[in-house]
Design a protein around this ligand. Structure first.
Ligand code: ZN
Length: 201
């Protein structure tokens, strides 16, 4: 299986699968509820990001999924457009991201709520270790395009972020062309029971 990636658009013509996420589906990710409701009402049916993937045959026991994620630039109040974010359904599965275009942050959070936002620009290679919640954020003014690769049996669990009211910190515009990390006022820490459930896989 081989394919050409258009690094300017993120398009993989020979993809085996694709998924689009609309701005309306992201509205709940933003802490600024009034601004995000306005955005969803005005631009809700626009694509916020899309994924093109190359998935191996399901019979491969140790297959790798690779592909691209292309996230539009934009802001809701001081918050930047972001992906919904997830932990892997098999939480011990890691992932890598290689940034092809744009400026972004790979925002990482452990089960206990320790965050580490990692800056990404064209050429950056980012490793997402096992048991890590992860989300991409576009802090630039052009599409953020990353190439990802993860074990095909990893799966995505989006609810871990929803239950916690988001990630523990928000990445927001610093007013000077950059970004800063601030506390998320809606965040509810995970119980020890919930952490244990993920650690057991
Ligand atoms: Zn992932």
């Amino acid at each position: 299986m081989a394919a050409k990636i258009d690094a300017a658009t993120g398009i993989i013509a020979a993809r085996t699968g694709a998924k689009e996420t609309l701005i309306a589906e992201l509205a709940g990710c933003f802490a600024g509820t009034e601004a995000s409701a306005t955005l969803a009402a005005n631009r809700g049916d626009e694509v916020a990001y899309f994924v093109h993937e190359m998935r191996p045959d399901a019979s491969e026991p140790y297959g790798l999924v690779s592909g691209t994620s292309t996230l539009k630039p934009g802001k809701v109040g001081r918050e930047f457009f972001m992906t919904r974010g997830h932990i892997h359904s098999r939480p011990d599965r890691p992932e890598i991201y290689f940034c092809l275009r744009g400026r972004g942050v790979m925002h990482l959070e452990t089960l206990t709520g320790e965050t580490s936002p990692l800056a990404m620009e064209s050429g950056s290679l980012t490793y997402v270790p096992p048991f890590m919640i992860h989300r991409s954020i576009n802090v630039g003014d052009e599409p953020l395009i990353t190439l990802f690769c993860y074990p095909a049996d990893a799966g995505q669990d989006y609810e871990i972020i929803v239950r916690a009211g988001g990630m523990r910190t928000l990445i927001v515009d610093d007013g000077a062309g950059g970004w800063i990390e601030v506390a998320n006022p809606r965040y509810q820490p995970r119980s020890i029971d919930e952490q244990q459930r993920y650690l057991r896989g």
